[in-house]
Ligand binder design. Structure first.
Ligand SMILES: Nc1ncnc2c1ncn2[C@@H]1O[C@H](COP(=O)(O)OP(=O)(O)OP(=O)(O)O)[C@@H](O)[C@H]1O
Ligand SMILES: [Mg+2]
Length: 314
């Protein structure tokens, strides 16, 4: 089987991560963070970076500003062998940034979207799409320029013969204005987390949320943090506990690393069980370092750490 190629369409930004903070910030006061990291951010870029290190040939389509943060983002992706030829410069906005304030397992984020809002359907390299096998899109609600054409993006990708996946991510406005009934039929794998699925369907529990969305999805994979994950495809259901580790640092990018682990196996035509297991392992691995990409250094090292996590040695 030839190696399948992935095109990720999505948002780009840097992450400024503040750790070990002395309480919640309050207006008019100053508090101290005892640790700081500056890393590649954004759901789509973290997934691209990690899946590329796993060995999947990956190209990225996105927008940055004409500034140092943009250079940093592009440089980090190139270092991980991601093809950046479809990343272009916004004429109107600076590169996005998220300031992350970490409190134990959870976090408070502030994002300046910037250039990511300028990405439109026209920026997708439709004339070369046939060279790719799979299109993934992440973080719908932050990408205002792509929202009105979201049905068309997935429909055209399917018409070009690609398989597709979507990680909606959270809606910061909590309005959940996403036409799932008309988009999801063109999405092969839908990858929400539990609270996003509840937000989107307006349901109070997971069971009713799945019942509501089931008629429109092909395969749905629900991420459930340190409770693991669940996959439903047609009338089959799989659940898997997470692989807990002893080196937990933060959960930033765990979901994106999960996506990377899942799609990496999916593109090798692995079984759902294998996709789900690799996804959970990569989600767990991601939590052993600060930020979303630091744990993913080389294919060999990922393989080694994966075995250590399975044997509970990490
Ligand atoms: N503490 C943990 N220990 C081990 N594995 C974890 C832990 N937290 C998350 N994971 C793994 O990562 C996966 C994705 O995490 P999570 O459910 O937080 O995704 P998410 O909310 O979409 O995250 P993100 O904020 O990155 O989008 C989980 O399904 C699980 O496999
Ligand atoms: Mg997520």
């Amino acid at each position: 089987m030839k190696d399948k190629k992935l095109l990720i369409v999505g948002e780009l930004n840097v992450d400024l991560i503040l750790n070990d903070i002395g309480g919640f910030p309050k207006i008019g006061t100053e508090i101290v963070a005892n640790q700081m990291d500056f890393t590649l951010g954004s759901s789509s870029a973290i997934m691209a970076s990690n899946i590329s290190v796993m060995g999947t040939k990956t190209a990225f389509c996105g927008k940055i500003g004409l500034d140092r943060f943009g250079e940093f983002v592009q440089g980090e992706l190139k270092k991980k062998n991601v093809d950046t030829r479809f990343i272009s410069n916004s004429q109107n906005h600076k590169t996005g940034i998220t300031v992350v304030m970490n409190y134990d397992q959870d976090r408070a984020n502030v994002t300046y979207c910037g250039a990511m809002e300028d990405l439109t359907i026209k920026d997708i390299p439709w004339d070369t799409l046939g060279q790719y096998d799979h299109l993934h899109l992440s973080n719908y609600f932050l990408q205002k320029g792509i929202q009105k054409d979201i049905i068309q993006v997935f429909k055209q990708a399917k018409e070009a013969g690609l398989t597709t996946s979507l990680d909606l991510q959270v809606d910061p406005e909590n309005k959940w204005n996403f036409d799932y009934k008309n988009v999801l039929p063109f999405v092969d794998i839908f990858l929400p987390n539990q609270s996003e699925l509840l937000g989107l369907t307006g349901m109070k529990n997971l069971e009713s949320a799945i019942a509501e969305i089931k008629p429109y999805v092909n395969t749905i994979v629900v991420k459930m943090g340190y409770e693991g994950a669940m996959l439903i495809s047609e009338d089959k259901k799989y659940t898997l506990k997470p692989f807990l580790n002893k080196k937990f640092r933060d959960a930033i990018g765990a979901g994106d690393s999960f996506n990377a682990g899942f799609i990496h196996e999916y593109l090798k035509e692995a079984s759902w069980e294998e996709c789900l297991e690799n996804a959970n392992l990569m989600g767990s691995l991601s939590t052993t370092f600060a930020g979303g990409t630091a744990a993913f250094t080389s294919t060999d090292e990922i393989q080694e750490k994966k075995q250590q996590i399975q044997k509970k040695e990490l």
